[in-house]
Design a protein around this ligand. Structure first.
Ligand code: FES
Ligand SMILES: [Fe+2]
Length: 516
C-alpha cells in the first residue's frame, strides 16, 4: 500500500528492496536508479534471459526496470527512464504490464456491436487477434482468430450448429474453444476431441461485453454503481484513440487540465447541456461547472489511496466561505469514475487494442431520471463513425482546429465536444508518450501516485501474487460506489461535504438506496 513520507511524497514498500540493482540519492533526496543501457533488450523481449520460462522472463524484465522515482521534496517528480516507460505502457503477451492487465476483466465490445443477424466481430485486444460471437443459444464466445487447422481467419466463419464454423474445411468450435466437428476427416475420426482453440470467457455488464484473457479464475466484479444500477439508468458507449492507453488514463486523473483544455469563454445554458460533461451547474450552486473551471485554474489537489485505487479531491476556492469540491476516482488498473452532471457519473476504461491504439469504454450512470439513451447515442454518433467508433475529428483534419474559434470561443479551437479536446491531448503526445522528456509538477501528483501503484501491481503480478482489485466475491461485494461529486461546499469541510452530498443523492435515487 502507499504510505506517505513527508509532504506530498509517497513510496511503495518495495522501494527499499533494490540496492542490488544500483541506486543513489539525487540532489533533492530522490532515489534514482543507475540504469545500464544493457537492460533495453530485456524489455524488448530479447537478451540473455531468453532461455527462462515466460513467467521468469517477465519477472526478470520487471526487476530490471523497477526503478525508483520517489517524489522530489517539492512534490514534483523526476522523469522516467526509457525502461520504466516501456514497463508501464507495453501490454502484449509476455510483457510485464500485459501480464498485469490480463488479471482483470477487459471491455471487449459493446453489446450494440453484436446485434443483427450475424453476431460475429473481429477484434484486437491487448495485442491479441480474436473473434467475438454469440452462438445460437445466446452464449458469447471469444476465440483466437486463426483456425487451429491451417490458420485461416475465423472471423469469416459460419455461425451455425452451436458454434462458429471455419469457412475453409468446416471445423466447428463452440464458445469454450472445443472443436466439435472436423467434417473432412474420415467417418469416426476422433481428431476434433483433441483440438481446442484459444478461448476466453465473456460476460455482459451494463451494455459492455467484458472478456478475461488471463490465467485461472477471473476476479469478481466490484459492486460499483455502474454495475448495480438498472439497465434503464445506464448507457454504454466507446471511442477509439490513436495512441497508447496510458496517455488517456493519465488525462483522466489530471484534474488541472479541465481549466485550460476544456475552457469555454462563454457558458451554455446549463439546462441545454444534457448528456455533456461540465455543462451542468455544480451541486448546491447556480454556477455552471465551465465557469468554475475557467475562473479557478490553480486547484488544490488531494490524493488518497483507497481499496479500489485512488480518490482525487480537487478543491477550488470560490470565496471565503465557498469551495468547489470535485471528487473523482481512479479505479485500478485503468478506469476512472467522474461526475458528468449533478445526476450522472461516467465510469470509463482505457482498453489497449495494442501498444499504440486503444478504446475508451464508458458507462454513464444516472442517479436521477432514467437515461435518455437515444439522445446520448445521437450526440455521440455525431463524432464517432461506426462500425469501429473512429472519431470523425482526428489528426488527419487537425481535429477541426479553427484559430478564430480559439481566439473567441474555446481554449483549443477544436469545437465544443470535450472528447475531441482529450483525444487531441492524448494523441498529440505521440503513439507512446516519451516520458523521459516530461516534467511533472505538483498538479500532476495523482499521475505520479498512480504510476507507483501501477509499478507495485506489475511486480506483484510478475511474481504470481494478487494485485490490487483482483477480487474474490466477498471482497468485491464490499467495493461499492465510488462517490463522484461536483458541488460547492459553504462553510463546511470538503471531506464531510462530498460524503454528505453523495449520501443525499443516493437516498433520493430510486435504485441507489442502500448502496454507498
Ligand atoms: S483452416 Fe479452418 S478448417 Fe481448415
Ligand atoms: Fe479532459
Amino acid at each position: 500500500m502507499l504510505s506517505a513520507v513527508g509532504r506530498n511524497r509517497f513510496i511503495t514498500p518495495f522501494e527499499g528492496k533494490l540496492p542490488s540493482m544500483g541506486s543513489a540519492r539525487g540532489r533533492n533526496g530522490a532515489i534514482k536508479r543507475l540504469r545500464p543501457t544493457a537492460l533495453r533488450p530485456f524489455l524488448q523481449g530479447r537478451g540473455h534471459n531468453d532461455r527462462l520460462l515466460p513467467s521468469e522472463r517477465v519477472r526478470s524484465r520487471i526487476a530490471s526496470a523497477m526503478v525508483y522515482i520517489a517524489a522530489n521534496n517539492d512534490g514534483t517528480c523526476p522523469m522516467l527512464s526509457t525502461e520504466q516507460n516501456d514497463l508501464i505502457t507495453r501490454i502484449g503477451p509476455g510483457t510485464a504490464a500485459g501480464t498485469l492487465m490480463r488479471r482483470y476483466w477487459q471491455p471487449a465490445a459493446l453489446v450494440d456491436e453484436l446485434v443483427g443477424n450475424r453476431p460475429v466481430k473481429a477484434l484486437r485486444l491487448l495485442g491479441e487477434d480474436l473473434v467475438l460471437f454469440r452462438d445460437d443459444q445466446g452464449r458469447y464466445g471469444l476465440l483466437g482468430r486463426r483456425c487451429p487447422h491451417r490458420g485461416t481467419d475465423l472471423a469469416f466463419g459460419r455461425l451455425e450448429d452451436g458454434g462458429l464454423r471455419c469457412a475453409f474445411h468446416g471445423w466447428l468450435f463452440d464458445v469454450s474453444g472445443q472443436c466439435l466437428e472436423t467434417p473432412a476427416e474420415p467417418e469416426g475420426s476422433r481428431l476434433c476431441a483433441n483440438i481446442r482453440q484459444t478461448a476466453y470467457p465473456v460476460v455482459e455488464k451494463s451494455g459492455i461485453l467484458f472478456a478475461y484473457l488471463g490465467p485461472g479464475e477471473p476476479p469478481a466484479f466490484p459492486h460499483f454503481d455502474c454495475f448495480v444500477a438498472p439497465e434503464s439508468h445506464t448507457f454504454a458507449f466507446k471511442g477509439m484513440i490513436d495512441c497508447n492507453w496510458l496517455q488517456s488514463l493519465e488525462v483522466g486523473i489530471d484534474p488541472a487540465h479541465t481549466s485550460f483544455l476544456h475552457r469555454f469563454f462563454h457558458d451554455e445554458e446549463p439546462d441545454k447541456g444534457y448528456g455533456k460533461l461540465f455543462r451542468d451547474k455544480s451541486i448546491d450552486s447556480d454556477l455552471p461547472m465551465t465557469r468554475i473551471m475557467r475562473e479557478n485554474p490553480r486547484p488544490q489537489i488531494e490524493v488518497e489511496p483507497t481499496d479500489y485505487g485512488m480518490r482525487i479531491a480537487t478543491l477550488r476556492r470560490i470565496s471565503e466561505q465557498k469551495t468547489h469540491v470535485r471528487v473523482t476516482n481512479l479505479v485500478f488498473p485503468h478506469a476512472f469514475v467522474i461526475p458528468m452532471s449533478s445526476e450522472m457519473t461516467i465510469t470509463q476504461w482505457h482498453v489497449p487494442i495494442n501498444d499504440t491504439r486503444h478504446y475508451w469504454y464508458a458507462i454513464f450512470t444516472s442517479f436521477g431520471a432514467p437515461v435518455n439513451k437515444a439522445e446520448m447515442r445521437r450526440q455521440r454518433l455525431e463524432l464517432y463513425e461506426l462500425p469501429d467508433y473512429i472519431p470523425r475529428k482526428n489528426k488527419s483534419n487537425d481535429y477541426g482546429f479553427d484559430p478564430h474559434e480559439q481566439q473567441h470561443d474555446t481554449f483549443t479551437g477544436m469545437g465544443a465536444d470535450i472528447n475531441v479536446h482529450d483525444q487531441w491531448a492524448c494523441e498529440s503526445m505521440g503513439a507512446i508518450q516519451d516520458r523521459t522528456q516530461e516534467h511533472l509538477g505538483q498538479s500532476d501528483k495523482a499521475i505520479s501516485a498512480y504510476r507507483r501503484i501501477l509499478r507495485q501491481a506489475i511486480e506483484q503480478a510478475g511474481n504470481g501474487g494478487k494485485p490490487l482489485m483482483v477480487l474474490d466475491p466477498t471482497a468485491a461485494a464490499s467495493i461499492t460506489g465510488p462517490a463522484a461529486i461536483d458541488g460547492i461546499a459553504s462553510g463546511e469541510p470538503w471531506q464531510s461535504y462530498w460524503q454528505k452530498t453523495d449520501q443525499t443523492r443516493r437516498k433520493a435515487s430510486t435504485w441507489a438506496n442502500g448502496h454507498s
